[in-house]
Design a protein around this ligand. Structure first.
Ligand code: IPE
Ligand code: MG
Length: 228
């Protein structure tokens, strides 16, 4: 979800104005994904690198997260959504952790879309902690080195219970991954749009999904094999 700051700047406003309008896009996209029957939606809300932003902006983002969780909680329940997080959430401010824990607990028995917020998330940090916990297990003979394969690595990532990524969308015209789900996007389809996040609404989501529908996912095979 990129482009909040530029969206605000274009309107001669503070970056914060962009973030609060970005929340409206989140609301609309989440609801529409749930309506369409998408099973997993993961939003990159705050990266391990975002801490280097001005303190004021970080504080506003954290406050916005708390108020949005409070405000949107009912909508999540109405839409049968299960909320989860990936990332080092233990390092988030206590109020944020509390609010997250509350909503996670309240939505855990829902059976609809899995909405995952990537918070204080960085793919390299995720992979590092996976290596670390695997190293400890090897050292303590809980697992032998020969047993470390792709599925064992998967089990040590934050995304352990989630399926492969099918589609990754990045808004605002940047064509980079910025440390998001590096392991998991090995075969994801990538979609880049110039639209700034606060303008990324239902129609933009539909455009991305229609574009995805027309991709041929070969997973290393030939087109002929797939069509046989
Ligand atoms: C993305 O918008 C929102 C977060 C990182 C929370 P930006 O704040 O990165 O907006 P730009 O890139 O400055 O326009
Ligand atoms: Mg940005």
């Amino acid at each position: 979800m990129d482009g909040n700051g530029r969206w605000a700047k274009q309107r001669g406003k503070q970056r914060i104005f962009g973030h609060s309008n970005g929340v409206k896009s989140v609301r609309e996209v989440v609801e529409e994904c749930a309506r369409l029957g998408i099973e997993y939606l993961t939003l990159f809300a705050f990266s391990t690198e975002n801490w280097s932003r001005p303190e004021d902006e970080v504080n506003v983002l954290m406050k916005l997260l708390v108020t949005s969780l409070k405000k949107e909680f009912k909508k999540l329940a109405e839409n049968n959504i299960v909320l989860k997080t990936i990332g080092n959430t233990a390092a988030l401010p206590e109020v944020v952790q509390k609010e997250l824990a509350f909503v996670i607990e309240k939505t855990k028995n829902n059976s609809g879309m899995n909405l995952t917020l990537a918070l204080n998330y960085g793919a390299r940090e995720e992979i590092t902690q996976a290596f670390r916990s695997l190293a400890v297990k090897v050292k303590n003979s809980i697992i032998s080195p020969e047993k470390v394969d792709q599925s064992v690595i998967n089990e040590h990532l934050y995304t352990r219970n989630m399926p492969e990524v099918d589609l990754l969308i990045r808004s605002s015209g940047e064509k980079r991954i910025s440390n998001f789900l590096l392991w998991q996007i090995a075969y994801a389809e990538l979609y880049f749009t110039k639209v700034l996040w606060p303008d990324f609404r239902k129609e933009e989501l539909h455009n991305a999904l229609l574009n995805y529908e027309n991709r041929e996912r070969r997973f290393g095979k030939t087109s002929e094999q797939l069509n046989a």
